[in-house]
Write a protein of this length. Structure first.
Length: 228
């Protein structure tokens, strides 16, 4: 966890920091709102640290907003340090916040291990951050890395991966073609669903993936017979 800087703390700082850790979520939400409404560099470490442990989604979102109100040179180093945390929420929320800040200096911190994190929420946050921060010259390599995970997780995870790939644009086409040629029907279906989203963002996502899951469950011969 990022250490909280206690230097130059005045009574107002102390009250706000205490409120960020209050039992009542509405108190914490108001404190995060106050921190963003009156940005103070002295709160940067405390806001980053609170992101790692805050249980309420709305408070976490407000903490992220408060961090975006501070200079990136103050927040990005601490957020990047959180990406090495053993706490999944610390990694996930730091990635989410980095995606909102959009400072390209954070790109080197988006490692392969984060893009393939065992925790689905961390991985999803890493995908979203990566497509925001990736330099133009590395977009195709990122597409290949993301596409290597076709077939991962449940529908929500797969849709997140597809949306991240689609956000990269036409550079994903070589990775899609590789997915089409996979021996795994779930991978092929996920690649096809992603291609449809690339061509038409309003296209349905589920059918091919559901059909592939049915093929895996029944076996190709039985699935084919059932369709006749």
């Amino acid at each position: 966890m990022v250490p909280i800087n206690t230097a130059h703390r005045n009574p107002a700082h102390t009250r706000l920091l205490d409120a960020l850790a209050a039992e009542d979520s509405s108190t914490r939400l108001k404190a995060a709102l106050a921190a963003g409404t009156r940005p103070d560099p002295g709160f940067a470490d405390a806001l980053v640290a609170r992101c790692a442990v805050e249980p309420d989604f709305f408070v976490r979102d407000m903490l992220t907003w408060a961090l975006t109100r501070l200079p990136a040179e103050l927040t990005v180093p601490g957020l990047c340090a959180e990406l090495r945390s053993e706490r999944a929420q610390a990694r996930s929320q730091a990635l989410h916040t980095l995606s909102k800040i959009g400072d390209g200096s954070a790109w080197p911190a988006i490692t392969r291990s984060l893009l393939r994190d065992a925790d689905d929420e961390v991985a999803r946050s890493a995908w979203r951050a990566a497509v925001v921060l990736v330099p133009a010259g590395e977009r195709e390599a990122l597409a290949a890395e993301l596409a290597a995970q076709f077939g991962r997780g449940d529908r929500a995870v797969r849709l997140s991966l597809s949306r991240a790939l689609v956000a990269l644009g036409d550079v994903i086409e070589p990775s899609l073609r590789k997915g089409f040629e996979s021996g795994d029907p779930v991978v092929r279906a996920h690649a096809r669903a992603t291609e449809r989203l690339l061509r038409d963002p309003d296209a349905a996502f589920e059918p091919d993936v559901d059909e592939a899951n049915r093929i895996v469950a029944l076996g190709p011969e039985r699935a084919g017979g059932a369709a006749c």
